[in-house]
Design a protein around this ligand. Structure first.
Ligand code: IMP
Ligand code: MG
Length: 175
């Protein structure tokens, strides 16, 4: 795997994450936020985001879900499979679903419907990256870190066949 130039630096990610945390805490006010992180891609972003949110004294609980729509390629299969379910009771909870990137929108659209079906009072969504050019659904995230062009990117949790996930910045791969 050959990496291209850095698209978003570690510093830019941290700065933007802090801004998002402020916006989220401001919007959720006194409601406890049940953060549901979509594994594996969102693990690094979630870890930084929840630390920023905690510093602002918001009440949060964390849970995980594992969904995949990708096999080993770069295109969404459109079929979202759940490998790991949330353990929290979602009845009347204010959920913030956190993912790494929204591409076609299939994953988050379907996971949101699933969580709503479990009785959540509200499901909001936060993504680090948005590739609007690739959207094939009407899904619109509530909080977006960065809009990026139609590149396949890795780093900061995002992978290509499990490579690149642990880099602290976002870069793209060149074939
Ligand atoms: P969607 O269902 O098409 O919106 O795709 C969402 C999922 O595909 C994300 O949660 C990622 O796991 C993966 N994905 C989409 N684009 C990229 C990319 O550029 N790099 C790495 N993973 C990606
Ligand atoms: Mg993902």
């Amino acid at each position: 795997m050959k990496l291209g130039k850095t698209l978003i630096s570690e510093h830019e990610i941290q700065h933007r994450t802090s801004q998002l945390a402020h916006q989220i805490v401001n919007d959720f006010k006194d409601d406890e936020i049940l953060i549901i992180s979509v594994l594996k891609g969102a693990f690094m972003f979630t870890a930084d985001l929840i630390r920023r949110i905690s510093k602002l004294d918001a009440k949060i609980e964390i849970d995980f879900i594992r969904a995949r729509s990708y096999g080993s390629g770069k295109d969404s299969s459109g079929v979202v499979k759940l490998d790991l379910d949330v353990s929290a009771d979602l009845k009347n909870r204010c959920v913030l679903l956190v993912d790494d990137i929204v591409d076609s929108g299939n994953t988050l659209k379907q996971v949101c419907e699933y969580l709503n079906g479990k009785g959540a009072a509200k499901v909001s969504t936060c993504v680090l990256l948005d590739k609007p050019a690739r959207r094939t659904t009407d899904f619109v995230p509530d909080y977006i870190g960065f809009e990026i062009p139609d590149y396949f990117v890795v780093g900061y949790g995002l992978d290509y066949n499990e490579r690149g996930r642990c880099l602290p910045f976002i870069t793209h791969i060149v074939d």
